[in-house]
Design a protein around this ligand. Sequence first.
Ligand code: ATP
Length: 315
Amino acid sequence: MIQLYIPLNFLGVLYREIRQGLIDVERLFTLLDSQREIADRPDATELQLQQAPEIRFEDVHFGYEREREILRGLSFTIPAGQTVAVVGPSGAGKSTLARLLYRFYEVGQPGQGPQASGRITIDGLDLRACTQASLRRAIGIVPQDTVLFNDSIEYNILYGRPDAGPEEARRAAQAAHIHDFISALPQGYQTAVGERGLKLSGGEKQRVAIARTLLKDPPILIFDEATSALDSANERAIQAELRQVARNKTTLVIAHRLSTVVDAHQILVLEQGRIVERGRHADLLAAGGRYAQMWALQHHGAGAASPSPELPGHE
Ligand code: ATP
C-alpha cells in the first residue's frame, strides 16, 4: 500500500533519482512501498574522493522484510580501481548488493536499528556517515533499464553532467559508440526520444547510459547488467565499452551472464545471500567448484559457440 504520508526528504531523494533516470517506474513503487526512509545523519560528512577508492563490505546482513534475510554476512573488498563481479542464480541477492552500495537501502533488517550488523565503507568511511548527495555524486550507475526522458537525445546524454556542453556530449557519445547512430538521424542530437519520441533498442539505451556515465566520470561505477540478453555482437561491443569506462574506477558488476565477468579482478559467486566461492575466472575454473559447474552447464546447455550463456536460474 502506498501511504498518503511520505516523508518529504524521501520524496526529494526519489525526485532526484527519477530526474537522473536511475530508477524505473516499477522500482519507484517498490521504493514507495518500502516505507524505509534513508535520511542523512545530522553530522553526515561529504564524501570527497580525489581518485578511485577502496570499497569494503564487512559482514553485511540485509533483509527487505523483518523475517527474511537476503544477505547473510557478506565480506569482500574491491581494491581501488579494480573490478569485482558478482554472479549467481536468480534471487541470490546480486542486485541487492548494488542497491546497498548506492544506499537505496541500509544494511540490517527493518526494526533492527543502529546496531544492525555489518557495514559498507568507502576509503574507510561508513556509508551511513556520509551525505547521500555526495555518495551519489561519486557513483555512476549503468542500470539494467535506462530510463530516457521525453526530450532530445542530447539532453538525455547531458543528464550525466548538466553543466557539460554539446561538444562534450558528442565526445561521450563517440566513446560510447552511439555517435554515428545519432548523427544518421534526420534531426541528429535534437531527435526526441523516450516514450513519446524515438524508441531506442536495449543496446542503444545502454549506450546512452554509458555516455552519461562517461560525462559524469565518477570514481565508482556500478554496472547492473541487463537481464534480457542483447544480441551477441551488441553485447560484446557494450562490454568492450564498459571496460573502457571502468578503467581506473572502482567497479561492481552485477552479472547475469558469465561472459561478462571473465576479465574481472575478482568474481564472487553468490548463493542464497552467501559468497560460496571467490577468485579469478581461470582459478575458479581450475578449482572445479560451483563456478566451473555453472560455466560447464552454460556451455553444454547453450552450445559451446554461444558467447553469452545465461546463468542457471534465469528463463
Ligand atoms: P536476478 O538475477 O534475478 O536479478 P538477484 O540475485 O539480483 O536476482 P535480488 O534482486 O537482489 O536478486 O533479490 C534477492 C531477493 O530479494 C529475492 O528473493 C527478491 O524477491 C527479494 N527482493 C528484491 N527486492 C525486494 C523488495 N524491494 N522487497 C522485498 N523483497 C525484495
